[in-house]
Design a binder for this molecule. Structure first.
Ligand code: ADE
Length: 239
């Protein structure tokens, strides 16, 4: 897969692309990420890419012709083009899974006051990472890329993405590591029992408990298995 990111601030991506799992995925050719500066597509002196808004008001608006040229120069017949905007569809784990199956993504970042409305005509999808406004689309593009890249085959070990919160519609079960006791609080005995059947059931039950207590809305959307229904009944009785 290839991700192309169009931005006014390419340096913001340096840390993101040069550390940890994302760096390793790039080094191992599991993913290609290209960060492209809009200024390359300016046709004005000093490489200006934005202008004052028609009708007045604060701030500058990224010009539609600049973004159009950037898209046209970078898209292929495999590209799926996403615009980062707080007005877009809310990003979810399911959207990350769907986008991770595309051959090529183009992520378009706005900045400050945003972009000319006509840019919306050139994209396949508008995405928001949450109901808050950031200074630009760069952090959303990093968040979206990160969640997609970790789902690509071999980027992280086989089984761990499948345990993720949200993948099976539940929040993740609690995890512990050494020391066994810390500040008087011990690790649940079942986890050191070596009994894999009991450990699996404990984890499923704790996933259900967390989801029931923190995100009951997720449980309403999920079809529970017989085992899950039984565990949830126990959880409610234990409250
Ligand atoms: N740009 C600014 N805020 C944003 C958000 N919440 N999601 C996506 N893009 C944005």
């Amino acid at each position: 897969m290839k991700i192309k990111i169009l931005t006014l601030f390419p340096n913001m991506f340096n840390g993101f692309l040069s550390e940890s799992i994302i760096k390793r995925a790039i080094d191992n050719n599991l993913i290609e990420v290209e960060v492209i500066d809009y200024r390359k597509y300016s046709q004005e002196k000093h490489n200006h890419v934005d202008d004052t808004p028609y009708g007045g008001g604060a701030g500058m608006v990224i010009k539609c012709d600049v973004i159009d040229r950037a898209i046209e120069d970078n898209k292929t017949n495999k590209s799926f083009i996403c615009l980062m905007t707080p007005q877009g569809e809310q990003f979810t784990q399911q959207m990350a899974i769907d986008l991770s199956k595309k051959d090529e993504l183009i992520l378009i970042c706005g900045h400050y006051e945003g972009f000319d409305e006509r840019v919306r005509d050139y994209v396949d999808k508008e995405i928001s990472i949450g109901d808050y406004v950031l200074t630009g689309g760069e952090i959303p593009a990093m968040a979206i890329s990160d969640s997609i890249i970790r789902l690509i085959d071999d980027v992280i070990s086989e089984e761990s993405p499948m345990d993720d919160s949200y993948i099976n519609g539940l929040l993740e079960y609690p995890q512990y590591t050494r020391p066994y006791v810390y500040k008087g609080k011990a690790v649940p005995d079942v986890l050191i029992s070596g009994n894999h059947k009991n450990i699996r059931e404990y984890r499923l039950k704790e996933s259900l408990r967390k989801t029931y207590l923190r995100r009951p809305d997720l449980l309403e959307k999920k079809e529970l298995t017989k085992e899950e229904e039984k565990l949830l009944k126990e959880i409610k009785e234990e409250l």
